[in-house]
Write a protein that binds this ligand. Structure first.
Ligand code: PLP
Length: 386
């Protein structure tokens, strides 16, 4: 039935996210060396009909026309993406709101939405002939990279903070990765990963330091649009660490606009972080980090990124979308997990619970209105944090 469907990629080049210098997409790239900022993939989507170009595939690879894999045989997939959106009816009632929805990424392979980025990144590595990869991680990205590298037959090294829960370490070992543990947060792991990349020639998969993971995370935005039948919600609440999800969702919406696939206003994007580590909230509010900035670990592992690389791109999304950035406390996240479990029968990751508590706060402030359609993103599985 779908024999005649287009099955390739419409990628044209990579581009510096600051000065628009072009980079070749057919060779291994890292970041935009001209401006020391992330690279972004560009596609020729003109005159394409979204409904006709979606692949006959029930994973994130249904949007492969807007992903950078040139030959589909290089795709390394464990069926990531195509995750459900459900309405949180009781929560909507509690907040007297028209509709609050949950995009549940906990059902992805390896239990978090990191699967999207790493399926993409490892597939591209395979296509480019990369044999070894290294990744600094707060936990979930390391597990995801290990799993996809196992499937692709690529050697994986994962650098993780020592304080991380055993589940997250054990899964890397089970997938056959080399695990290195460091004191401190993900920035210390990033430094170690750079050393390993320099001394072994391994490809460094650090968040936003390569252009491919973002493209995988972008499929979240395509799915959200398709699941809402191409009419987007008013507000999307996202727990940000390195920012690939936030930037990716927004990139997807812009690509969909360029194809004429979505209409109406774009959602306001809400960026949530933990009180313990909230560089983006500081940058959003004050334009700089405080003098006594002292980031600490958070139960929400994915949010403990003290010095993200893509700060300018995240701030741009908040500005363009009329969005906002705010923090929640560790206690609030813990209470949030319990509250949603009791009324909705869903276990959120601490990061997911952060989006719920942030939503509650924004209602109290009147920033979210009762008529707004709100989408929360539960980025990972509660079960991984034991
Ligand atoms: C990595 C991670 C985040 C943050 O995602 P970014 O794309 O780095 O902003 C949020 N939640 C979970 C569960 C994560 O693993």
């Amino acid at each position: 039935m779908n024999n005649h469907r287009f099955n390739g990629s419409l990628i044209t080049h990579l581009v510096c996210s600051k000065c628009n210098t072009f980079f070749d997409h057919q060779v291994v790239q890292t970041f935009a060396t001209c401006c020391n900022v992330p690279l972004s993939a560009a596609y020729d989507l003109r005159n394409q009909s979204i409904k006709e170009i979606i692949a006959n595939d029930y994973s994130m690879w249904r949007y492969r026309f807007a992903l950078p894999i040139l030959d589909s045989s290089n795709i390394v997939s464990l069926n990531e993406g195509y995750t459900p959106i459900t309405e949180l009816r009781k929560l909507s009632e509690q907040l007297s709101n028209s509709a609050i929805f949950l995009k549940d990424e906990s059902v992805n392979p390896t239990g978090s939405f990191k699967a999207r980025g790493l399926s993409m990144g490892v597939s591209k590595a395979k296509e480019l002939g990369i044999k070894r990869m290294v990744i600094p991680t707060a936990g979930n990205a390391g597990g995801a990279m290990s799993a996809y590298c196992a499937k692709a037959g690529i050697e994986a090294t994962v650098v993780m903070p020592k304080h991380t829960a055993d589940t997250l370490k054990d899964e890397c070992r089970l997938y056959g990765a080399n695990l290195i543990q460091m004191d401190g947060l993900i920035d210390a792991c990033g430094k170690k990963a750079r050393e390993i990349a320099a001394s072994t020639g391994a490809f460094d998969m650090s968040t936003m330091k390569e252009p491919y993971r973002l493209e995988g995370k972008k499929t979240l935005g395509y799915e959200i649009a398709e699941q809402f039948n191409w009419v987007l919600p008013d507000i999307i609440v996202y727990p940000a660490g390195g920012g690939t999800g936030l930037i990716g969702i927004w990139k997807a919406f812009k690509e969909l606009i360029s194809m004429g696939a979505i209409k109406g206003l774009l959602p306001k994007m809400v960026l949530v972080q933990s009180d313990e580590c909230s560089p983006m909230v500081h940058l959003f509010k004050d334009g700089q980090l405080p003098i006594n900035y002292s980031p600490k670990p958070s139960a929400a592992l994915g949010l403990a990124v003290p010095y993200p690389f893509a700060t300018a791109m995240m701030l741009e999304v908040l500005k363009e979308s009329n969005g906002i950035a705010l923090t929640v406390t560790e206690e609030e996240m813990e209470m949030g997990v319990e509250a949603i479990a009791k009324i909705e029968g869903v276990l959120l990751s601490p990061e997911g619970a952060a989006t719920y508590k942030a939503t509650q706060k924004l209602f109290e402030l009147g920033w979210i209105k009762n008529t707004d359609k709100v989408l929360l993103v539960n980025t990972g599985s509660w079960y991984k944090y034991r």
